[in-house]
Design a protein around this ligand. Structure first.
Ligand code: IMP
Length: 191
């Protein structure tokens, strides 16, 4: 069976393809010759993920799924949330976003945060959602050089290092995206 993953992020494709094994073949947006930007302009991760999946399903009538992730910080009332990619402005860098978050949390005692991923799947016209969460806290400065995004300032609960200090495999076992992907894979294997 072939399944479109509405992304061109090689890392994400590889991660989920590994979990799926060889019975399900993932196709990227490039693989189906789709080269447009899909808007992500809703207020929730669920709506954004669904919008991306519907966009592809409506156009190609192929089974597909899409993901959307946000970092939710309690002290910032859930921000950056759906704005995580562009928190410091359009075309900002990961570093800009991290600096903005650290500034806004300066002096804050409550540094609790979580990464949340929602995957929206459209299978034979039916819509399904899978959520993955990893709880943790925002550190007071950068730790480590691995990963991407907010990894240098996010320490998952129960660990003494940031995501950016972990080996990729270690992060991929516990990450928000992996947890959502495990649920997706379980579901697909039972179909
Ligand atoms: P996306 O929905 O996967 O594109 O994620 C949106 C934004 O959330 C990214 O641009 C990153 O800033 C942040 N993000 C998503 N996943 C991670 C992660 O695993 N580590 C750190 N930041 C992440």
């Amino acid at each position: 069976m072939e399944l479109v993953f509405a992304t061109n992020n090689k890392h994400k494709l590889e991660e989920i393809q590994n979990l799926l094994g060889d019975k399900i073949q993932l196709l990227s947006l490039n693989d189906i010759s789709f080269f447009e930007e899909i808007p992500e302009d809703f207020d929730t991760l669920q709506e954004n993920a669904l919008q991306k999946a519907r966009h592809i399903y409506d156009k190609f009538k192929r089974n597909c799924f899409a993901d959307d992730t946000g970092l939710e910080i309690d002290f910032l009332k859930g921000a950056p949330g759906v704005m995580s990619a562009r928190y410091a402005g359009l075309n900002c860098s990961f570093e800009d976003n991290v600096v903005k978050v650290l500034n806004e949390l300066e002096g804050a005692e409550n540094r609790k945060a979580r990464f949340r991923t929602v995957i929206a799947l459209i299978l034979n016209g039916k819509e399904y959602f899978f959520e993955g969460i990893v709880d943790g806290e925002i550190l007071t400065n950068n730790h480590g050089t691995g990963g991407f995004g907010y990894d240098p300032v996010f320490r998952p609960l129960g660990y003494d290092k940031s995501f950016a200090e972990m080996e990729m495999n270690e992060k991929n076992e516990i990450s928000h995206r992996a947890r959502a992907a495990f649920k997706l894979v379980d579901f697909l294997k039972n179909q």
